[in-house]
Design a protein around this ligand. Structure first.
Ligand SMILES: Cc1cc2nc3c(=O)[nH]c(=O)nc-3n(C[C@H](O)[C@H](O)[C@H](O)COP(=O)(O)OP(=O)(O)OC[C@H]3O[C@@H](n4cnc5c(N)ncnc54)[C@H](O)[C@@H]3O)c2cc1C
Length: 289
């Protein structure tokens, strides 16, 4: 593909699109403002649960199920390219987990070995004419990027807390969840309990009272946690679209700008399908130009 594709944001969404595009022979650059994926993508728990997360018969659920179908081959391909184990496990065809931090490392490694340029830069505005395509994938910050003649759909940060415990590997078994509360365990034994939702902007404070509440709720699901002490507590910002039922994925009509943000509670689940759709569309557009 001619010219360079600019991707704003190097979380799971931006990095996976970059990888898919680079596999197709595109020249790609990722600009990330921070520690490259150090926001929602590394904060997330890693549940892959389309049936539990979405309303029955909704377009979002169909998207989630499609992404779930893509997950095994996505992970297999990524692990074959990088040798990085992303701790992907399925408990049933529609219920699994993955380690989002490992997934990010693998994607960045795959991008680097395919010569994706990665730069640390806070992008305030982009000029689409300077690029073969532009992808806005800046999570909860996406709306703040200025693009001439384009009004980006609004997105709000929904803060969530998680707490982590170090337990014996295999202590939990499959993920348990009830309403807002869930517990899942990585192969290493690290157990994550979540969560809550707050619409209070980009407040990075970790609230001890909320963490204690999550601990109490999680112990009802998994009593072994009652006397366990959390070894980690952290927060992240889920990018929730202000309008519409699902993420903004696709081309802004009449432009070479693509949107890939607003994945809210399910960006880890929706990574494979988002990457495939956006990369395929960009390739098809450029092939026909
Ligand atoms: C507590 C919590 C639990 C979650 N659990 C799950 C789960 O179990 N399963 C699931 O599927 N999803 C889960 N999610 C949701 C999931 O983490 C997100 O939907 C997903 O990570 C969004 O990915 P992203 O790449 O769009 O955004 P991000 O990971 O936030 O990446 C955006 C990137 O853009 C960069 N950026 C921002 N502004 C600019 C700028 N101006 N210029 C350049 N770069 C910029 C940032 O530095 C960042 O690296 C959870 C989220 C949270 C917070």
């Amino acid at each position: 593909m001619p010219g360079e594709v600019l991707i704003v944001g190097g979380g799971l969404i931006g990095s996976s699109i970059a990888w898919r595009l680079a596999q197709k022979g595109a020249r790609v650059i990722i600009s990330d403002a921070g520690t490259l994926g150090g926001e929602a993508s590394s904060a997330g728990a890693g549940m892959l649960s389309p049936n539990a997360e979405f309303d029955k018969s909704s377009a979002s659920r169909d998207l989630g199920l499609e992404s779930m179908r893509l997950y095994p081959s996505f992970v297999e391909e990524l692990q074959a390219e990088t040798g990085i184990d992303v701790d992907f496990r399925l408990f049933s065809p529609h219920d699994g987990i993955v380690d989002p931090g490992a997934l990010l490392r693998a994607l960045h490694c795959a991008c680097e070995s395919r010569n994706v340029r990665i730069i640390r830069e806070h992008v305030t505005s982009v000029e689409p004419r300077d690029h073969s395509a532009v992808v806005i994938a800046a999570g909860a910050w996406s709306e703040r990027v200025r693009v001439p003649n384009v009004t980006l759909p609004a997105v709000v940060p929904i803060k969530g807390h998680l707490i982590g415990f170090q337990l014996e590997p295999g202590a939990l078994g499959p993920t348990r969840r009830l309403g807002e509360t869930y517990v899942l365990q990585r192969s290493s034994g690290f157990l994550i309990a979540g969560s809550n939702e707050q619409d209070i902007g980009f407040d990075r404070t970790v609230d001890p009272a909320i963490c204690e509440d999550i601990h109490r709720r999680a112990a009802r699901l998994f009593p072994l946690l009652e006397n366990a002490t959390p070894v980690q507590r952290w927060i992240g910002f889920r990018p929730r679209p202000v309008e519409g039922d699902g993420p903004h994925i696709g081309r802004v009509a009449g432009s070479n700008v693509w949107l890939a943000y607003g994945h809210y509670r399910n960006g880890i689940l929706l990574t494979p399908v988002t990457a495939q759709r956006v990369a395929d569309e960009i390739q098809a557009t450029q092939a026909s130009a």
